[in-house]
Design a protein around this ligand. Structure first.
Ligand SMILES: [Cu+2]
Length: 540
């Protein structure tokens, strides 16, 4: 059992930005939670947020679902304000009910006593990197951009992949934040971006040049790497040492494209898990390690990979390369994250994987990709300027089930956009009708990427967040992904959300509701029946 007392706290920096963090009683920030499959987590969250004249994010409205008396039930209040908070455990297959992983109604206010999250990590949860962050609709961006996020490791990845036995491991959380030096000219070492390529935000037009002002600064485990000079953090390793790096993109809006360079030459990275699931979780997986020289990570996604330290004296660099996010997207240029310094006296990471792991039994359920989907649904991302004649007016963001009327997410309604039956698998085609990338994410479940704009890719591994390519305005068809969605686990029964993981888009309306109905109503726990709005308690 893991007992954690966290306080979510905010304060104003000298530069006027508001920072958020989770504090342990000893003052440590945003701890990495480590849990074994089957282990109980009891996390008490105290809301210590104060009003800081936050910039409006997204929809920006304060929505009171129900009665907002001072000590309203945090399970039912649904209050959405800048000082409300809650937690989402991204990637875990735990039930979408209050005190576990509900974000639709759970809302903790500053006056509330510490709120208890209590759940058992499922016995069959794949070992890997998950994370926690607040998920109050309309206010997620501000809190996550401010730093409210942390890693959660389900231990035992070396039991799924024996090649990892005995490796030292490190967890890297990459966050984004508002630019520290928004008015600084680009570094002198950069080529000058022609004026014609600069968009209205003052960014380079994001045409993949890799240069220009980024939309947000990045930090690596809270060490900021600010524009324009990107002074890197420092990672010390022993020369040639193999380590497992577990990297979380906890950015609110920034896409990453990770690479490790020695003397500027890209090195091979041995991917062993994506989005918390080992890539050899599929019994038919050919490789236990997939070697690539770069790894794309949309906001919310994770990658776990083997890195070898540079030879002694050879300078190493951990970087993110540019991502072409489309005309409507943010500028995500090339930039350094950390220098890798190899010396024989480098300290070892704090944590090492077991040297003689007991192998995990193979998954009990058949591989998702080997099944026939019960049905196929189509959804699409779209955007609309609130004043079509004013390109600077606010944008409304939509994710719409094909055939339904596009409407931004309505927190006052819990009418599902999609109803599925527990036990089913479905294929969802997600189309992008906008000129920027979106990152499709769904709570509670993982999926398999089958097609990329109609071209079969049939990935042999699972994801919970996937990039959807942007529309270039010319092609005859919108770009899309086809996903095999897995609703077999009984823990998925209930009502939860899918959304774009660029949190400005989610806050701005790009979210929908799915309800997973139990196969047999007669045996469903009362609290999970869709008509029941009174007793959504997750535990007693
Ligand atoms: Cu989006």
């Amino acid at each position: 059992m893991l007992l954690v007392d966290l306080t979510v706290h905010n304060y104003k920096e000298k530069d006027g930005t508001t920072r958020y963090c989770y504090l342990l009683p000893n003052g440590n920030q945003s701890p990495t939670l480590r849990l074994k499959p089957g282990e109980l987590l009891i996390l008490k969250l105290k809301n210590d947020l104060t009003e800081m004249d936050l910039p409006d994010s997204g929809a920006g409205h304060t929505h009171l679902r129900a009665n907002s008396s001072k000590h309203s039930d945090a399970c039912e209040s649904g209050v959405m304000s800048a000082t409300s908070t809650n937690l989402h455990f991204h990637g875990l297959t735990v039930p979408p009910v209050c005190h576990q992983d509900d974000v639709l109604k759970t809302s903790i206010q500053p006056d509330d006593p510490p709120f208890e999250y209590r759940f058992r990590v499922p016995d069959n949860e794949p070992p890997g990197l998950y994370w926690y962050h607040p998920h109050i609709h309309g206010f997620s961006t501000g809190q996550v951009l401010g730093g409210a996020s942390g890693a959660l490791v389900v231990e035992g990845i070396e039991r799924a992949n024996p090649k990892l036995a005995g490796l030292p491991e490190r967890v890297f959380v990459i966050r984004d934040q508002d630019l520290l030096n928004p008015n600084a000219p680009p570094s002198k070492s950069e080529p000058v971006v022609p004026k014609t390529l600069i968009d209205r935000d003052g960014d380079s037009a994001n045409n993949g040049t890799g240069f220009g002002k980024p939309a947000k600064d990045l930090s690596l485990n809270f060490v900021p790497v600010p524009y324009p000079d990107y002074p890197p953090a420092i990672i010390r390793m022993k020369p040639g040492e193999r380590q497992l790096w577990r990297v979380l993109n906890a950015s609110a809006v920034t896409y990453l494209n990770l690479a490790v360079l020695f003397n500027r030459a890209p090195q091979m990275l041995g991917i062993v898990a994506l989005d918390g699931v080992p890539i050899n979780w599929n019994p038919a997986a050919v490789n236990e390690i997939e070697w690539h020289d770069h790894i794309g990570l949309p906001p919310g996604a994770r990658a776990e990979f083997i890195v070898e330290g540079p030879p002694a004296g050879v300078p190493g660099l951990f970087v993110t390369r540019t991502v072409d996010t489309g005309q409507g997207g943010e500028n995500d240029p090339n930039r350094a994250l950390a220098s890798i310094v190899a010396t024989s006296d480098a300290p070892e990471p704090q944590s090492t994987l077991s040297a003689s792991p007991e192998p995990l039994p193979p998954p009990a359920l058949p591989w998702l990709g080997s099944l026939t989907p019960t049905r196929v649904r189509k959804l699409y991302f779209s955007e609309k300027l609130q004043d079509p004649n004013d390109p600077n007016s606010a944008t409304t963001f939509y994710i719409t089930v094909d055939g339904q009327t596009p409407t931004p997410f309505d927190p006052a309604s819990d009418v599902p956009n999609i109803v599925v039956k527990q036990g089913d698998v479905e294929d969802w085609i997600i189309e992008n009708r906008t000129s920027e990338l979106h990152a499709f994410h769904i709570h509670q479940i993982h999926f398999e990427l089958l097609d990329w704009s109609g071209i079969p890719v049939n990935e042999l591994f699972l994801r919970d967040t996937v990039n959807v390519p942007y529309y270039n305005g010319r092609a005859l068809q919108y770009p899309s992904v086809r996903l095999r969605m897995d609703f077999r686990d009984p823990d998925t029964v209930g009502t939860f959300v899918y959304h774009c993981h660029l949190l400005e888009h989610e806050d701005g309306g790009m979210m929908g509701i799915v309800r997973v109905e139990p196969t047999d109503h007669a045996h469903a726990p009362e609290s999970l029946l869709p008509s029941n709005r009174v007793s959504r308690t997750g535990h007693k």
